[in-house]
Design a protein around this ligand. Structure first.
Ligand code: UDP
Length: 478
């Protein structure tokens, strides 16, 4: 039986607001490239296909990419594949394997291979009914790779975009590539986030590097003054008080003002004093984001030396449909918290953010990042840290592991701090303490961070590169 793919409904957005953020020449190139790409696409559609409408970096980017494309006249759309828990348990494991981490063993079993192929064949059946052969399809991440041969056979121009990767592939990662290579090799183009991630065995002429990026105007990244930050964090139940004078409002994409209303589930339930310096990590509840390590590093090397509270923020669990492991990871972090001494753990908080309204969730993340004195991203592996770019755009000093794409984002001591060994809790803690103790340094790093994001990791850059790639594929199909 074919599956029902779900459509994510998206409006369109004008690219004009970027004019104020770009140099005049940059703006002109951007606007021209987008106009030309739209003309070339003509009446064809660009289909973006991934595995979840909410949660994680890919969904985050598609939610702004597509409206801007639609805004310049491209018929760009977004579909989400369907799969059962078995499928997503396997693709979660596959994700870890591609990061070189042998999760529950490194062998991909026959049953897993068959299940993966079957699920995607059924999704493909549903897709073929909707996608025209002249259309362009951009498939995201390993969950969708098995669709490539089906869509190529259908006549589409197919791009596979991989958002994950390892700096130095081990046998575990190579075995996972082998499993996916027959499908991925069939794509007309593959996109990786950095050069080091390109798989062996792929035709390099078909590979393009595009950095992920953030949008400056979404509820996640839009400007928010200090009073509003305090009001949002108070209203959602994270800060004890301090809402004096501020309103917990933000603007939706269409400009309409809304108030944050829903509660964050705080663990423990006690709210954080409003004047506490905050150290914040925002992440899905995932072992590769190492929330336990962040907690241990803070407890052992930060809490004894300086004032401050740690907030580990993530989605209210069960909200991210393609990640069945989240509840277990959250439980592990909570168990760990219970074993810390009472005086330390009262300064460590887990915040499960409401997910019912994506914009509201984003506004709370925005407030948390802006309200933080230091933002951390202690990932063990990271394809590219959107959370890192978001915090940098807000001129926050970021302490992050020197792994994966984070190395392209932060230049150590210029636009943030990189910790060489992601498991070095002492170095991680010392960098945080240094920034909390030296606000002028923190401010300098924050300013460097913002300038770097503007140059390299803002929406126009990604939109242009992608438009150019689509243009090239269409020309080659003529
Ligand atoms: N995010 C969010 N709410 C949460 C947790 C994460 O909006 O509760 C967002 C976060 O702000 C970022 C994205 O999800 O935009 C995560 O992207 P990232 O590249 O950091 O990691 P990924 O989840 O893709 O591994």
């Amino acid at each position: 039986m074919p599956l029902e793919l779900s459509t994510v409904a998206l409006s369109s957005a004008a690219i004009e607001p970027f004019r104020e953020l770009l140099e005049a020449a940059e703006w002109q190139t951007f606007a021209r490239t987008m106009r030309e790409a739209a003309a070339q696409l003509h009446d064809r559609t660009i289909w973006n296909i991934n595995s979840t409408a909410h949660g994680g970096g890919v969904a985050e980017m598609l939610a702004w990419e597509i409206p801007y494309e639609r805004g310049v006249g491209m018929d760009s759309r977004w579909l989400v594949i369907e799969g059962d828990t078995g499928f997503f348990t396997f693709t979660k494991r596959l994700h870890a394997l591609l990061h070189g981490v042998a999760a529950d063993g490194s062998t991909i079993t026959q049953a897993e291979q068959a299940g993966y192929a079957q699920t995607l064949a059924r999704n493909a059946q549903a897709l073929i009914g909707r996608v025209r052969s002249a259309d362009v399809v951009i498939l995201h991440d390993p969950q969708t790779a098995g669709l490539i041969p089906h869509l190529v056979r259908h006549g589409c121009r197919v791009v596979w975009r991989c958002h994950i990767g390892v700096d130095q592939p081990n046998q575990v990662a190579r075995d996972a590539w082998q499993f996916l290579l027959p499908a991925v090799g069939a794509a007309h183009a593959t996109v990786f986030s950095r050069r080091a991630y390109i798989w062996e065995g792929l035709d390099r002429r078909k590979v393009k590097i595009i950095y992920p990026a953030i949008d400056a105007f979404t509820p996640k990244n839009q400007e928010m003054d200090g009073k509003t930050v305090a009001a949002v964090l108070h209203t959602t139940g994270i800060l004890a008080d301090g809402a004096a004078g501020g309103e917990p409002t933000f603007r939706r994409r269409d400009g309409s003002p809304v108030r944050v209303q829903r509660a964050t589930e705080l663990f423990p339930e006690t709210r954080i004093p409003a004047d506490a310096p905050l150290v914040v990590q925002v992440s899905r509840w995932d072992r590769l984001k190492d929330p336990r390590g962040v907690m241990d590093g803070f407890a052992e090397f930060v809490a004894p030396k300086v004032d401050g509270h740690l907030v580990l923020a993530g989605p209210g669990v069960s909200a991210v449909a393609d990640d069945p492991e989240e509840p277990a990871v959250l439980r592990e972090v909570q168990d760990r918290w219970h074993r810390l001494s009472p005086s330390v753990r009262e300064r460590i908080h887990l915040a499960r953010l409401p997910m019912d309204d994506q914009d509201e969730n984003a506004a709370i993340v925005n407030a948390l990042q802006r309200g933080a004195r230091v933002v951390v991203q202690k990932s063990i592996r990271e394809g590219f840290g959107l959370t890192v770019a978001e915090a940098m755009w807000k001129a926050r000093p970021v302490v992050a592991s020197r792994v994966g794409g984070i190395q392209d984002q932060i230049q150590d001591k210029m636009s943030g701090r990189l910790i060489d060994d992601p498991n070095d809790l002492a170095a991680f803690g010392a960098a945080i303490v240094e920034l909390l103790d030296h606000p002028a340094d923190a401010e300098r790093l924050g300013a460097g961070a913002k300038a770097r994001v503007r140059r390299e990791f803002l929406a126009p850059q990604l939109l242009m590169e992608q438009a150019q790639l689509v243009g090239r594929l269409l020309r080659s199909a003529e």
